[in-house]
Design a protein around this ligand. Structure first.
Ligand code: ASP
Ligand code: MG
Length: 410
């Protein structure tokens, strides 16, 4: 049996914590599994390095930045390997360039193309624990690359996929994936299992447990992921392929995002080309648009409303002011006091009436819906930000997600 463990920044944030990780690794190894351990940089280290570069250059050279940022993980992998040896377990640390984690050359956001497994396999055969720094790779020309913030998760999954590991355990500072943000309701419950699809919806909606790309990769190569805490014992959450029982649970989670703003262009002449005139400048400016609603046209005019990340909203608004003049639209409005609440669940594929139920739960709370969007396994509503947490709690209860409650038939 081959297992990949990944330890995040807080789990390796100090010498004591690294020792704690080493103890865990040794305990696991004693059970007889071959182990590859992927580590992040110590918590705060990547930010510290970024700041150093920023102090010396306003726009640091991307190649050199990756050489710099990759050092954080090099430090923790060497420290963990030497601790394991000190504690009597043979180990070896291998950098991305030594294993050959081959990526493209997109510095700062490189994608893994290939991992040569032989070196790791031969060390494993000698009984060693192989320690691998996350987040780093090497391109064809031998330049060091990094995978983007949070990229160590992706390294772990890619290594697990390349070596056909039986399991990839992600150790982090939370003890699993929750039905909703436990800061919003204490009734949030840890999920035993969640499907890759559900996890992707939850992750892109703001649940920050795993880097999205690592989940995409895990789904593609069918690597089961177990998310666990490095600090408390527990079963964690298994992210895996959908199993039939998952469909019985219609809603698995409620997510909440208050980082979006809503922009409306009103009274635009309703004719071919209007939408592309509105959205082209946003695409050009690399502004990602999330939800879009176009009203039914009235006397040849329509309103177009969309949401973007709050950080991009002012820029989007200014672009829309120009577009409005070009199109002869009447008004551009921006609303930053919005929140998006969503329910996510694989069971929605086979159950009807879920949207209606969501809308009536929200209306019972006196909450007005400003925008609605759906996918196969998700329904999102935009509401006033001040009602956001109330909405999450109401939905969590009504869909039977509260802790220590018998899940009602839906
Ligand atoms: N050290 C990198 C970061 O802070 C990668 C990681 O921790 O996954 O983003
Ligand atoms: Mg992380």
């Amino acid at each position: 049996m081959l297992v990949v463990h990944k330890y995040g920044g807080t789990s390796v944030g100090s010498p004591e914590r690294i020792r704690n990780v080493a103890e865990k690794v040794i305990g696991y190894k004693k059970k007889g599994a071959d182990l590859i351990v992927v580590v992040s940089a110590m918590s705060g280290e990547t930010d510290r390095l970024l700041k150093l570069a920023g102090a010396l250059s306003t726009l640091p050279d991307e190649r050199e930045l990756d050489v710099l940022l990759s050092t954080g993980e090099q430090v923790t992998s060497a420290l963990l390997a030497l601790t394991l040896k000190e504690m009597g377990t043979d180990a070896v640390s291998l950098l991305g360039s030594q294993i050959r984690i081959v990526t493209d050359s997109a510095y700062g956001k490189a994608r893994i193309e290939e991992i040569e497994g032989e070196k790791m396999t031969s060390y494993l055969r000698e009984g060693k624990v192989v320690v691998v720094p996350g987040f780093q790779g090497i391109d064809d020309a031998g330049n060091i690359t990094t995978l983007g913030r949070g990229g160590s998760d992706t390294t772990a999954v890619a290594v697990a996929a390349a070596l056909h590991a039986d399991l990839c355990e992600i150790y982090t500072d939370v003890d699993g994936v929750y039905t909703t943000d436990p800061h919003i309701t204490q009734k949030a419950r840890r999920l035993d299992r969640i499907s890759y699809d559900e996890m992707l919806e939850m992750a892109s909606l703001g649940a920050k447990v795993l880097q999205i790309r690592s989940v995409e990769l895990a789904r593609k190569f069918k690597v089961p992921l177990l998310v666990k805490s490095s600090f408390v014992e527990g079963k964690g959450t298994l992210v895996c392929e959908e199993v039939p029982t998952m469909e019985q649970v219609v809603v698995s989670g409620v997510t909440y995002n208050k980082n979006e703003a809503k922009i409306t262009v009103s009274e635009v002449p309703d004719k071919p080309g209007t939408a592309s005139t509105i959205f082209a400048p946003l695409a050009e400016a690399n502004i990602v648009v999330d939800m879009i609603v176009q009203n039914v046209s009235h006397k040849g005019y329509t309103d177009m409303t969309f949401t973007t990340a709050k950080v991009d909203a002012k820029k989007a608004y200014r672009l829309m002011e120009k577009v409005a003049v070009e199109l002869g639209a009447k008004l551009v409005a921006i609303d930053e006091d919005i929140a998006k609440v969503s329910i996510v669940g694989s069971g929605m594929r086979s159950h009807s009436g879920i949207a209606t139920k969501m809308f009536s739960i929200l209306s019972n709370e006196g909450i007005n819906l400003e925008m609605i969007s759906t996918s196969e396994i998700k329904i999102s509503c935009v509401i006033k930000e001040k009602y956001g947490e109330l909405a999450v709690r109401a939905l969590h209860t009504a869909f039977g997600l509260d802790r220590e409650e018998v899940v009602e038939e839906q």
